[in-house]
Design a binder for this molecule. Sequence first.
Ligand code: ATP
Ligand code: MG
Length: 798
Amino acid sequence: SARPDADLLEGLNPQQREAVVYRGPALLIVAGAGSGKTRVLTHRIASLLRGREAWPSQILAITFTNKAAGEMRERVAQLVGNASQGMWISTFHSACVRILRREAEQFGFTKSFTIYDSGDSRALIKRLVKEHEADAFGHSPASVQSRISKLKNELEDAESFARQANMSDPAERVFVEVFGDYQRALRKANAFDFDDLIGQTVYLFRAFPHVADVYRRRFRHILVDEYQDTNAAQYALIHELTRPVQGQAPEPFEQGGMMIFEPEPQGGEQLPGASLTVVGDSDQSIYAFRGADIRNISEFERDFPGAKVVLLEQNYRSTQNILDAANAVIRNNFDRKDKKLWTDAGAGAKIVGFTGYSQHDEAQFVAEEVEALHRAGLAYSDMAVFYRTNSQSRALEEIFIRSAVPYRIMGGTRFYERAEIKDALAYLTAVANPLDDMAVRRILNRPRRGIGDVTESAIARYADSEGISFRDALANASALGVGPKLQAAIAQLDAVLAEASEVMLPATGELASPTAVADGLAMLLEKSGYRQALRASKDPQDEARLENLDEMVAVAREFARNNPEGTVVDFLAEVALVADSDDLDDEAGQVSLMTLHTAKGLEYEAVFVTGVEEDLIPHRISANEPGGPAEERRLFYVGVTRARKRLHLSLAMTRAQFGEISVAMPSRFLQEIPAELIDWRQSPGDVNGRGGTQSRALNARGQRSGSGNWNSRLRHDDPPALKPRSTSLEKFPNRIPAKVRDNGDMVLAAGDRIRHEDFGEGRVDAVTGEGAKRVAHVRFDTAGAKKLLIKIAPIEKL
Ligand code: ATP
Ligand code: MG
């Protein structure tokens, strides 16, 4: 007889099918990249819903990024339609926020708690390090922050750590104090940092079993993608959620206007723990530095007795050449189970290799190759460029802007990290969570109101002595002992915040208007004088800041459209959770630029892995970390396996980095790839053949000095197999910039006319940015609107 999920199984291979239809307490799917792990999870969810084995509300699926969650939700909806509503598909962090919002009052927080992103916690830690003069003991804000984060990921809190710390060591004592103060400050501000979201949820479940039971009854199917990157706290959370429930009549709860009744355990029996499905690939574990532990995979069978294990080996993403390269590299990690990926997609194109003289030269190659692929019919959105460190994106961006290649940066300097955006969010936070002193202090003198440090301290002292929040102290301006001008400034800020609260925080039972957040934000920015200050400024960057604020208000309007009942608290939570790999602007038609870490789980037709050099990948900081080089190899493996059809590996001979120009060496990972898989457009050897000084410089590094050039280093056992491509220079005549252009001094203003080498004539609409980053917004007569980096764009003023 036909199964209700028969069509879901079509097009899956036998192992994948098995993983979709297996029913039991625990299922582990281990498989290499691109073998359909995420797809299997998605189909498994759909199969549970189709067969009416689970309500949507009984499913909790965990993904690594919000973007991945969105994709999975969409895919499930395609497979089962409306039945998908009410499922929790989210990251660990988002799921915990939802739980904490409901339960925070159980342990002394309010529902409207703030989430501190890593910038916020850094700011707080910085202040505490200063107060405790902790830098004298070798503690920097960065080191304290990462240590606290590591401890929290191990579920170690300030008190438990203090009990076992070596308090006779003064440096250790200071750290314990800072950690404790940090935790107290968070609590006082009614705030959680990122790590707390997980750790405090675990704490909540352990301290309040009846609360945990509510969620254990509710989630009967828990599915976790990218399980290899879960850390101890996340692991504990899964464990808590999958424990059996003692028999008791379950309470029905409301979900989307419906009462949901959970399956009732029979006569005092236990309700067994939720069924758990995890998928992972230990070769793609790249977050050990954040406490992720591959052992979660290898010990799964021990921790969840009776677990079923399914292995997948067929890869559906990439061509065989790409897989051969990936397999050849990862084989060099010794502590792994060998698994070989194969595909029936055919060998496909060879991997393209390229060595530039400099990172600009390398970037030029990438841009030209992107354009060539685009002309051949590939959409920009099907291409991605990866790098190891964020700073590498600059050279790429410059060339992309100059060559008018549309691109977007995923992660990196994010919209939400800009000062004006953080200010806008602080205004909203001051309204949503008046206990958050950090937020109120941040906006105290933004825009400038003449309120300096002395006044700030006076307000803080008053708040302390009265036992009230900083925000409440503002309402008593006359009691602060400051002059009348300052009193007026403080009272004015207080009035603006109060007025916004009325707009955004309706009285109990009253329905806020869906646009309340956007309206309130616009009002705050106007009445606080923030926008006016930017409008009045002569700094050209302030114009861009105004645009960003407009964008922020637009984000709030968009939020209102998607969440008609969403409050300012929900809005702030959503913003805080926008993960690294997520981007506001998800337009098609742009090449994606991102770090290798961000690339996990994604796939593109064409991929460029850039900067394939020693000290970058493997990164030089990894050399001293135990397991560091192996983790870097996995990271490279992640990058390579993102490509479906075309893979480009590029590097530069010299690289300006860490403030100096240094000679770069090809990454050891390049040598691990069989030479016959790579077609060198411009091999290291070509470059040496023409550039004697560089060749000497390389040999001067003394590594394998017997070899004359990089070709022979790559395959030392057979003669250089990499033919220099004679055409490379003619084909790319402008690869090596004839002269380094520098229009840094060119004065441009709105209204000026210019001529561009490729785009012809046009009119300048605006100039934003400053110094080397000045950007001209130009409307060309025929080529349309473009943004150009003035310093390097091939333009002249008419
Ligand atoms: P990663 O380890 O990179 O996260 P993954 O194992 O999660 O990879 P998926 O992203 O699920 O792999 O699948 C990779 C690609 O292969 C996707 O485009 C997916 O749609 C496709 N795919 C998976 N299984 C099949 C199949 N049986 N038939 C056709 N295509 C498939
Ligand atoms: Mg996946």
